[in-house]
Design a protein around this ligand. Structure first.
Ligand code: KG4
Ligand code: ZN
Length: 352
């Protein structure tokens, strides 16, 4: 099976062709980072217009990269939720046009399902690819808009259970807001990751959020305030001091994420952990999850970095799963800001 995936939920216009087994035949990502950088974050209207400019060339490049035409495809998959509705709409309309014109089935894909299952997407030689996890597994989804831990019993939304989530900011949002406080521009995540390499993670004792042993919930806005208060007191750091603040902040966030993921797996009696989403590209998070899981006798499955940040290969893969399971969606498929995944945790409410 060959499925074209299209992704336009936020600030990447992406298209990819993937086989039913998850092998990537082509993968094209056009990033809008430079467009939004001067505004310090994603401007939805600018995002939509840029998707409109780039969707057709990106899709053409993905088809050319796979050496295919639309006629060779078995299905067209597109992110239709959750995300910026105006941005999603562009991808959805392009996908509908392509699928309708070529007489191919259309599948709407939930972006978070893509992140959760991105560990199954194979790049390069499949004979040397690491084995994917068996079901069930416990997954940490950490992106710019979402942070949650799920038990995944099968690759369908009705077999996924939320075990805990953030009460306020997502982990990526915290990285980006702290990046802004430190004058690093947008997006802060990759820049903090780079600076943290040369910093001392013990330099500033930020206290870990929601540290109660049995809690699987996260909170990052208090930690962001701790950094803001530090900056108000000490001034915007430079040089080694900047690296130290980045390392201390990153260690606090990734420590909290890794500990809770492993705790969730142990509580569930599930010996496998998986990570996904843009923050799963973070070097320290990848290392901590690998190390902590091994020390507890759990297997850790870490997707390739290119599978973590927004891409269309993960969308095409989930589309291929949908295609194997049943007929396509109707031409009335809509773009919506809500995920299909169940929410168990309510933002801002309940015992901590
Ligand atoms: O999954 P993603 O690409 O888009 C959403 O679905 O939100 O995640 C984007 C987020 C941004 O907040 C970005 O700062 C963060 O992922 N991110 C990172 C790293 N790379 C991207 N955060 C920490 N370390 C990184 N290396
Ligand atoms: Zn994403």
């Amino acid at each position: 099976m060959r499925v074209l995936g299209i992704e336009s939920s936020c600030d990447e216009t992406a298209a990819a062709v993937v086989t039913g087994e998850g092998l990537v035949l082509s993968d094209v990502v056009h990033s809008q980072v430079s467009l939004h950088a001067e505004h310090g974050g994603v401007v939805p209207e600018l995002a939509s217009r840029d998707h409109l400019r780039n969707a057709a060339p990106v899709v053409k490049a993905a088809l050319a990269g796979a050496g295919l035409t639309v006629a060779d495809l078995d299905a067209v998959a597109v992110t239709h939720r959750p995300g910026l509705v105006g941005a999603l709409l562009v991808g959805v309309q392009v996908a509908k046009g392509l699928a309708w014109g070529a007489g191919k089935p259309l599948y709407g894909v939930d972006h978070l399902m893509g992140h959760l299952l991105s560990v199954f997407v194979v790049r390069g030689d499949p004979s040397t690819a690491p084995a994917p996890p068996a079901f069930p597994f416990v997954a940490l989804l950490v992106s710019g808009g979402h942070t949650a831990i799920y038990r995944v019993d099968a690759p369908t939304a009705d077999a996924i259970t939320e075990l805990g989530a953030t009460r306020d900011d997502a982990a990526g949002e915290a990285f980006d807001k702290v990046g802004k406080l430190l004058g690093l521009g947008y997006p802060g995540g990759p820049r903090i990751d780079r600076l943290a390499l040369t910093g001392d993670p013990a330099a500033i004792p930020f206290s870990p959020p929601m540290a109660r042993r049995d809690s699987l919930e996260f909170s990052f806005s208090g930690l962001k305030t701790q950094v803001a208060q530090w900056v108000a007191r000490e001034g915007v750091p430079e040089g080694q001091r900047l690296a130290d603040v980045c390392a201390s902040f990153q260690a606090t966030v990734t420590g909290s994420l890794a500990r809770k993921l492993v705790r969730a797996a142990e509580t569930q009696g599930v010996p496998r952990v998986v990570i996904g989403g843009g923050v799963a590209a973070n070097r320290e998070l990848r290392e901590r999850v690998t190390r902590l899981a091994a020390s507890r006798g759990l297997e850790a499955f870490i997707p390739a970095v290119a599978n973590c940040t927004d891409n269309a290969a993960m969308i095409a893969y989930v589309g291929a799963l949908h295609a194997a399971a049943g007929p396509g969606d109707g031409w009335d498929l809509v773009a919506t800001s809500a995920t299909v995944l169940p929410r168990a945790t309510r933002k801002g409410r309940g015992a901590r």
